[in-house]
Design a protein around this ligand. Structure first.
Ligand code: KG4
Length: 368
């Protein structure tokens, strides 16, 4: 029997459902951007409520697009973390409900592993490699030695780089999500217009810091008083260059320190055109392979339709956890004002600790 997986991702603000099988593939992403835009960032409880409203529709559309019914599905998968706890709960609970109803095995997906291994759907990457995961919640450097063997070698000490892009965009009244808008505006701005500091630059650490950069921009905005077009474009370009340079500096340091010649970029910020350009140049200059990875497994399918026909999964019951063992892991949870749930911080020891991930990805990788 060939494997057909129905997968859910509700780790952040998009409700995603996908079907993944040899001859049946689809991917539906229902965006919530318009809901969070007025706030300039994601409101966790609103995100969860909207997932609740959308997940049924996303599932129906994913099944329809893949031209199959729930009866064709052999496995259910869901992102269990890290992510926004209220949002994760919706996807995991929905997946659990379906798995119980149709007596299907349930596969827990680690958000970060999804980012790392989405690229294996396109091609095999030889180990070891360094992965720079840059998203709205993460700025993490991992040394990936093999499937299941990951070492966290650097991370942000405060804001994630995507979060900094979103916050700076809010300061400049540009809308949400800020990253793509700043990327676009920077093309008409002068990156030398403002001197923006680079957090932890020239320090012998692989950690990052973006809160100082954001505060610096805030001070410049307050001092300027008005947001003229030139001011906004120049500031956007200068801010972006500072982020790109520090990401490149720390990544190069990591490659050198661990003697690795392969770099994978993952997460939403890896879409940044200036970063891709700069990394491309550095890879030639310093002789490392540069692999660009943009989307989670679920999203990848929607953007890379040509790869779909090459995907396949072997049935392997041993890769599956019993249904009851699947639960959302809260990681570090902050209660703010007694009512707002905030982003989770990723704890190294909690991540990738489940051997089933290793088995699951072995199945995926071996079958491509
Ligand atoms: O990986 P992702 O889609 O979602 C998670 O956070 O898990 O990343 C979203 C982040 C947002 O902060 C968004 O502003 C940023 O990625 N982003 C970008 C670009 N496109 C998306 N940042 C800089 N330049 C871009 N072109």
């Amino acid at each position: 029997m060939s494997v057909v997986i129905l997968a859910f991702d509700t780790s952040c603000d998009d409700t995603s459902a996908a079907v993944l099988g040899k001859n049946k593939q689809s991917s539906i992403v229902i965006s919530q951007n318009f809901i969070h835009e007025p706030f300039g960032g994601i409101m966790p409880e609103m995100a969860a409520r909207t997932h609740f409203e959308n997940i049924d529709e996303a599932t129906r559309r994913a099944l329809k697009e893949a031209q199959c019914s729930i009866k064709d599905i052999t496995h259910i998968a869901a992102t269990v973390g890290p992510g926004l706890l209220p949002s994760l709960l919706i996807g995991v609970s929905f997946a659990k409900g379906l798995a119980y109803r149709y007596a299907l095995p349930l596969i827990p997906i680690n958000h970060i592993e999804g980012h790392i291994f989405a690229n294996f759907l396109e091609k095999n990457i030889d180990f070891p490699f360094i992965v720079l995961i840059i998203s709205g919640a993460h700025t993490h450097l991992y040394l990936v030695e093999s499937i299941g063997k990951y070492k966290l070698i650097g991370k942000t000490l405060d804001d994630a780089v995507g979060e900094a892009f979103d916050k700076v965009a809010r300061l400049l009244k540009l809308g949400y999500p800020g990253g793509p808008i700043i990327d676009k505006l920077s093309k008409s701005g002068n990156p030398d217009g403002f001197k923006i500091p680079k957090g932890l630059s020239k320090k012998n650490t692989l950690n990052f810091s973006f809160s100082g950069v954001k505060t610096h921009v805030k001070n410049l905005v307050e001092k300027s008083g008005e947001l003229s077009k030139t001011f906004v474009c120049d500031l956007a370009a200068s801010f972006q260059r500072s982020c790109v340079e520090i990401l490149c500096e720390k990544t190069l340091l990591a490659l050198k320190k661990y003697g690795v010649k392969k770099l994978v970029l993952a997460g939403g910020v890896s879409a940044n055109s200036a970063l891709r350009h700069r990394m491309g140049l550095l890879s030639k200059e310093h002789g490392f392979d540069f692999i660009l990875l943009l989307f989670s497994i679920v999203r990848l399918l929607s953007r890379q339709p040509k790869t779909k026909s090459h995907l396949g999964f072997r049935d392997n019951k041993s890769s599956i956890l019993p249904q009851d063992s699947l639960s959302v892991r809260p990681f570090l949870l902050f209660a703010f004002g007694g009512c707002m749930l905030m982003w989770h911080l990723m704890g190294k020891s909690l991540i990738f600790s489940n051997p089933s991930f290793e088995k699951f990805f072995s199945v995926v990788i071996n079958s491509i």
